[in-house]
Design a protein around this ligand. Sequence first.
Ligand code: RIB
Length: 319
Amino acid sequence: MRGKITVVGSYNTGFLVYVDRLPVEGETLPGYGFRIEHGGKGSNQAIQAARLGCDTAIIARVGSDMFGDRAVGKWAAENVGGGYVVRDAEKPTGAGLVIVGPQGRNIIVVDLGANMRLSKNDVEKAFPRLSNSDVVLAQLEIPLETALHALRGSEAVSILNPAPAPMINPSQLEGVKIITPNEVEILTMAGYKPSQSSEIVRVAERYARYVEHVIVTLGERGALVVGGGRRIHVKTPQIRAVDSTGAGDAFNGALAAFLARGYDLLDAVEMACCAGAFLAARVKRGELVEALARAGELEKFIAEQSHTLGHVGERTPSR
Ligand code: RIB
């Protein structure tokens, strides 16, 4: 089964330059290694799902500029359907300016541009595709109301990756099946500070009263799955991470792919953790999209790592 996925999300062009130290305000520094990269959480996740063999399409807005042309060309090359991509006449394609210093330290400024004009109306034009999808996946580099409109507008397994996270009242998520925040995002959604990590399980359980499952990604510690009366810790391969930027995108794209192909939730989470670990181990100098796993590569990696995988869990008190 190929599985049909519709991603509702962002595209950003990444403009990267490397420096020996980060500049201070008002300073001009010589940089090197300038590169232009494809990025944006929606686009990254769609490319990951397509590389794992799913029939994938993206609903997105890019500018009527050369960077919008690049985005459309990349999706075509990656077998991501672009029939619901809108070219905005006023706002530019989303852009991220990234200054990379030593030890991976960086300064990043993002102008989401056309992404923030992706509207409910744009989504409605794609309802035939949405209603025919196995999984609908959205993130929040687009307006929250647009993401929710798409996720609620279909019988599909709906996944919200709340990144970047705003504060969200749990009741706003009614009708969404799965949310996939990381540790900081789940706290931010509930109005806590990133330092209040002792609250994560309690907050996840609160959100799990409104969605079927809350999956909190924990980086090198794997993922916590809360919902359906269970709290399960899923392990991830213990690899040497080079750069974890985009590991969440690999996780979400892969989760969508395995669910669309009919895998059980915990198996899908385990394989999605492997996709995130694969990316974090392989990415070089910010070339995130190139490092996203292809199906054969991920299968080999999972086979090599199978001894480190597994999950443990407990039942939680009923609601
Ligand atoms: O998750 C990583 C992505 O977030 C990057 O590609 C960047 O474009 C930002 O949108």
